[in-house]
Write a protein that binds this ligand. Structure first.
Ligand code: 5GP
Ligand code: ZN
Length: 114
């Protein structure tokens, strides 16, 4: 996916502000943070949306959730809590079509979201 900005980050072509990285996952700071801490967790492989997630790769789903936990620990959010969001396609408000988990914290989150 040569035109995908998150693929370019995963491949090291564009260098985001990285918080955590493994061979299959990258976590980096959102360019327009919506909270004191706002990190995006992505699989390095191109998966467009949550709805496209491959059901035959449950270990990748576990790694993504593990990366969320690790980001929360590193950013000091684990004990106080945080918000994790996956926007899916247009009604979900997705703008970048490479699967990503938002990890937001450092302030009290409102519910329901808009
Ligand atoms: P979505 O609406 O697709 O769930 O969220 C996309 C997120 O990616 C937004 O929060 C937006 O600020 C972030 N974003 C878009 N382009 C860039 C970029 O070039 N660098 C970084 N670090 N974040 C980006
Ligand atoms: Zn991509």
């Amino acid at each position: 996916m040569t035109d995908c900005i998150f693929c370019k980050m995963a491949q090291g072509i564009i260098k985001p502000d990285v918080v955590f990285e493994t061979d299959r996952i990258l976590a980096f700071r959102d360019i327009h943070p919506q909270a004191k801490v706002h990190v995006l967790v992505i699989p390095k492989v191109h998966i467009p949306t949550l709805d496209d997630f491959p059901q035959d790769q449950p270990e990748l789903a576990a790694e993504l959730l593990g990366a969320v936990q690790e980001v929360a620990r590193r950013e000091g959010l684990a004990s106080g809590g945080y918000r994790t969001v996956i926007n899916c396609r247009s009604d979900g408000g997705q703008e970048v079509y490479h699967l990503h988990l938002h990890v937001m914290g450092g302030r009290r989150m409102a519910w329901p979201p808009g």
